[in-house]
Design a protein around this ligand. Structure first.
Ligand code: ADP
Ligand code: VHF
Length: 371
């Protein structure tokens, strides 16, 4: 018998609805409810991250395409979310499995105290055998502070609860070397042992998803990156066959599996990397990139060439190489206006330039996470 596993399952709009009509795919939802309830009865801890609020809201209101304005999307999501939970509650209650609705916004994980609070709530729900059903709180989320897609949200939830598994259920059976809809000869990928392999295999992820979904494969790969860094084994598999989740847990090589990192990034650093919302960007010269990426050093002012955005001391920033590629994130010891004056300068000059003595480094290595 397998030890207790913590399992996060994300299902996308494309699997919850029928592609032709946009109506609910009832048999999929029923099988999903059966599978998750069965996993629960075996003692596993299960969280479902479900999309569908916008898609189901549209179907309920007879809209034939996704709304374009933010306000209309939020209104439609408010209609669809209630409908979605009603359907889940019917199925899960039939199976005597209690569920809970958890609606999160980006700021719920961006602030340390709220992040810890969300963690405690999930633990309490899992302890009493409830399956939390999570979605973004679309109705109140503001554009600049959105997760944007539920693939990312599910990876953040999996990282928060330190899950063993993250299943991304979608409308293709696995990841291919290119979008199989446009390239029928694309090669299936069964196992990704490290994320650099995707670049080596030259995997093409095409443009954002289906008519009702949002992310496409791009966001699933981004989610796999976040989750595997947290030590979570991640699987992309077909939503039409939720029973496959159990088969995969038992070792069947279905879907595309992403192996977890053997030495996961610690919880605080994961929060710095993916919980905190970066408010600026620092561009570094090659020497500084090498120092932080290869030698594990703190970031010094001397290596910073350009600063973008306005931020305060203790805010999170993105750290980029000279080509603009993000290599790390971290919490800065100086505001953007202070940094404009000390960038490119030696640490011993900081006190003279600013007129007061501050930290010798701009980001201490304990507050720096490689991406
Ligand atoms: N390399 C690829 N391998 C597999 N599918 C891909 C790839 N690139 C793009 N896709 C597309 O991504 C789609 C799944 O994303 P999406 O529609 O957003 O699903 P969901 O609603 O489940 O999140 C597939 O239908 C497929 O057409
Ligand atoms: N919060 C949105 C989810 C949007 C989303 O990520 O959709 P999908 O690409 O189908 O997983 C909704 O419920 O409609």
């Amino acid at each position: 018998m397998l030890r207790t596993q913590t399992i996060v399952v994300k299902i996308g709009t494309s699997s919850l609805t029928q592609s032709q009509t946009g109506l609910l795919a009832l048999s999929t939802i029923a099988t999903l409810a059966e599978t998750l309830s069965h996993l629960r009865r075996q003692g596993h801890r299960v969280i479902l991250v479900s999309s569908g609020a916008v898609g189901i809201g549209c179907a309920r209101l007879g809209l034939t395409e996704r709304p374009r304005t933010m306000a209309m999307k939020q209104a439609v999501a408010a209609v669809g979310q209630g409908r979605l939970m009603r359907v889940y509650d019917d199925f899960f209650t039939t199976l005597q499995q209690p569920i809970a609705q958890v609606l999160l916004t980006r700021s719920d994980v961006g602030e340390r105290s709220r992040y810890v609070n969300a963690y405690n709530t999930f633990q309490a729900l899992l302890e009493i055998g409830v399956i939390p059903i999570v979605n973004e709180n679309d109705t109140v989320a503001v554009q600049e502070l959105k997760f944007g897609d539920n693939d990312t949200l599910s990876a953040l939830v999996a990282s928060l609860v330190e899950a063993d598994w993250l299943f991304l259920l979608t409308d293709v059976d696995r990841l291919y070397s290119a979008d199989p809809r446009s390239f029928p000869d694309a090669q299936p990928i069964a196992l990704v042992t490290h994320m650099e392999q995707l670049a080596q295999l030259q995997v093409q992820v095409g443009s954002p998803g289906s008519q009702w979904g949002t992310g496409g494969m791009v966001t699933k790969i981004a989610a796999a990156r976040i989750a595997t860094a947290a030590g979570v084994r991640t699987v992309i598999t077909e939503g039409r066959f939720p029973h496959n989740i159990e088969k995969i847990i038992q070792g069947e090589p279905l879907g595309t599996q992403f192996a977890p990192q053997l030495q996961p990034t610690n919880a605080r650093k994961r929060w710095i990397a993916y919980g905190l919302i970066p408010t600026g960007k620092l561009y570094l010269d090659d020497g500084a990139v090498k120092a932080i990426c290869q030698q594990g050093k703190s970031l010094l002012a001397a290596g910073i060439t350009t600063i973008e955005g306005e931020f305060d001391s203790q805010d999170a920033v993105q750290i980029c190489d000279r080509f603009g590629k993000e290599v790390a994130r971290g919490i800065v010891n100086y505001s953007s206006s202070e940094l404009q004056n000390i960038r490119g300068r030696h640490s011993r000059e900081i006190a003279t330039i600013l007129g007061y003595a501050g930290a010798a480094n701009i980001i201490h290595r304990d507050n720096l996470v490689l991406i």
